[in-house]
Design a protein around this ligand. Structure first.
Ligand code: C5P
Length: 306
């Protein structure tokens, strides 16, 4: 059963990553009338939705409100030190979740996806140093090949493709790449830290996720006020929201749940390689539906034809 859950969670993760990247990029670039939605508020809503689903899952386990209440009290309120431990990965994840919106507002989905694979390397390094994992020769070799691949994607390719018709500005590209690079480190560290907490103690993964989410909510709200406070006062938290935005929020919440399951049943390194499969899936989807995902033309601001 454990191994079935492992591969099932990895499979769902591939689908979730693929749809999240494509819809997120789409939602940031497809400009309708009125203001663009606030990414910081989307991060908070995703966190809220994730907590609600975790509460439902615990309730479903026991079918009893009293038990749910007791679990929350005993595991979260009465263990403040255990709960506080989650503040670290939560703060880092909140920063990362905001950075990824910055990245996808400035990079096309393909460059973003490939560059973000560098997180497999940072995850491996943190797994080795923090969890004492040992990697074999082939595993180090695959990491080396990965690094080479990323370097090649970042290599300017105008000379091969001819000049791009509507290139993104170099500055914007740089902002995007820096955002992804910071996210790679944060992803590696927070993921491994969460794995250490999850595998080192007995608490259920859903309780852990609620603890993580509660801090995420606090940090995320701070992000809304610091970063978008002015805009919220002008046009409200839900400015620019449309069904696509809600899809992104739901996919991001789903992602948090699936990732927690993957970290529990498999580990962070496997998670990295599974999400890299989503590059292939994204490429296939964009080939058939012509969405903005084209690994060969990396600096184009593609006009979606949907
Ligand atoms: O790219 P990466 O795999 O690091 O993304 C992890 C995502 O999963 C983040 O958005 C983080 O907020 C979320 N997450 C979560 N619950 C966990 C672990 C990660 O919501 N237990």
């Amino acid at each position: 059963l454990f191994s079935r859950l492992k591969y099932m969670s990895l499979g769902v993760l591939v689908l979730q990553t693929t749809s999240l990247v494509l819809t997120m990029r789409y939602s940031r670039t497809l400009q309708g009338e009125g203001p663009r939605y606030l990414a910081s508020s989307a991060v908070v809503l995703a966190e809220l939705l994730k907590i609600l689903i975790c509460l439902l899952l615990i309730f479903y386990d026991h079918s009893n409100f009293l038990v749910l209440n007791r679990v929350l009290k005993e595991e979260i309120l009465n263990k403040p030190m255990e709960t506080l431990k989650l503040a670290i990965p939560s703060g880092i994840y909140t920063l990362q979740n905001n950075l990824l919106y910055v990245a996808l507002s400035n990079l096309d989905a393909a460059t973003y996806q490939v560059t973000y694979q560098l997180k497999i390397l940072t995850t491996a390094l943190f797994s080795v140093s923090m969890l004492g994992k040992r990697l074999g020769l082939y595993q180090w070799l695959s990491l080396l090949i990965l690094m080479t691949g990323i370097a090649l994607v970042q290599w300017p390719s105008e000379s091969l493709d001819g000049p791009a018709p509507t290139p993104l500005s170099a500055g914007s590209q740089l902002v995007g790449v820096i955002a992804v690079l910071i996210a790679c480190f944060s992803s590696g560290f927070a993921g491994v830290y969460f794995e250490k907490i999850l595998k080192g103690t007995k608490q259920s993964v859903w309780v852990r996720n609620i603890q993580l989410g509660l801090f995420g909510l606090v940090f995320g709200l701070m992000g809304v006020f610091v970063y978008d406070g002015e805009r919220v006062r002008e046009s409200g938290v839900f400015q620019g929201y449309n069904p696509l935005t809600w899809t992104v929020v739901a996919l991001q919440a789903l992602g948090g749940l699936v990732i927690a399951a993957v970290i529990k049943y498999a580990d962070n390194i496997l998670k990295g390689f599974a999400t890299s499969l989503s590059i292939i899936l994204s490429t296939l989807i964009s080939y058939f539906w012509l969405v903005d995902f084209d690994p060969t033309r990396y600096t184009y601001a593609h006009t979606p034809t949907l």
